[in-house]
Design a protein around this ligand. Sequence first.
Ligand code: S3P
Length: 455
Amino acid sequence: MDWRVVPSRGVLTGRARVPGDKSIGHRALLFGALCNGACEIVGLSSGEDNQRTAQALRAMGVRIEEKGAHGVVVHGVGLRGLKAPSSPLDLGNSGTSMRLFAGLMAAQSFPSVLMGDEYLTKRPMRRVTEPLSRMGGRLRGQPGKKAGEEYPPLEILGDPADGLVGITHDSKVASAQVKSAILIAGLYARGVTFVREPGPSRDHTERMLAYLGGPVETPRPGVARVTPDGWNGVLSARRLVVPGDPSSAAFLVAAALAVGTGPGGVVIEATCHNPTRTGFLDALRAMGAHAEPVGLREEAGEPVADWVVPPGQPELRGVELGGDLVVRAIDEIPILAVLAARARGTTVVRNAAELRVKESDRVATTVRMLRAFGVDADELPDGLVVTGSPDRKLDAACVDSAGDHRIAMSAAVAALCAEGESRVIDVANVATSFPSFRALMASLGAEITGVEGEE
Ligand code: S3P
């Protein structure tokens, strides 16, 4: 499947609600399954990545009932109630599922195999196999491109006879997936499990575990601790509300800023406004844009707000982005780079080497995408440089998504600002996170036409 995108003829206006946050959705399903009792999950995305987590849990005996279009009821089996799956667990494109399940499966009494698609199979797993092995987990990945690294499938033997032990892990990367894998295994371990990160990654695992009565503490940002000794081993079923995914909302906000908004502006309702996820809005502010949270509230342990892009925006300016802000905007760097192309001056993104091990090497694929649109962009070892101009339109382009949903959606937004019709190739992957992307863009006034690939 490809997209044909014609330049936007007018401004965008309206209200939209993006699918539930993918990160929170994975955790709601997984922790719901470990609860004693039934958890209703409201607002769950129907995206393929969350579905992979649900399927894997079903394969281990967890009953998950559909309830309307965006709700499920997970009948929890308790911390020790999962059953051995009869075949490898196929996690598709979902890196979060694989890393979270690595922690879960290392603590089970039965063996398992975790596999994924051709893209996931290229992603590094030693960052989880190493600390989980130190906890006593018996798991290993496959050798691959980089010596000493491990890749999927992961073969997991199940916990040793004397169980897992807690560790202190000083993570080299700020990664919520790594942190979460270790904390999940820590629920089953003897003693304290402690994770320290170079910068505070998203904290949905800690928030949800605390909400369900799990033995977790966050003494300060970037530090998390699980202390199961003295805990009754029960996660208590509660209603879980999944707010809109800010990483999906970012594409609609960026489209509104790139082509302009009409009276009333663009409002993305009920978006997750967790401070570990708001780097995108902070970056926009630094670029001179007005995009603000309104009606901040809390639902099921997560901050939520409507994101509002009012009309009458000033010209964007180039900025330098790095440090903790990049961790808090890691999935939004490709779309920020598109806005950088519309800004006056140069934008430099640093401390973003993690982008190279996402669904694609996003440093390379973002720069390639921008260059296809005639933008002056270069790779840095740990980021990128974009020199933008609000004065001239982008060139019409033909861009291959490289199998990466966020590159496909970033290219579609860029194409709205191009001189003529553009094409984005291989967009089926958008279904992993944001199946309603095209429909919501259309509801705001931007047409993106789906066409069969292979002409
Ligand atoms: C995620 C964490 C981030 C993010 C990914 C989702 C999560 O990855 O890029 O899309 O749900 O924990 P890392 O943990 O590798 O930084």
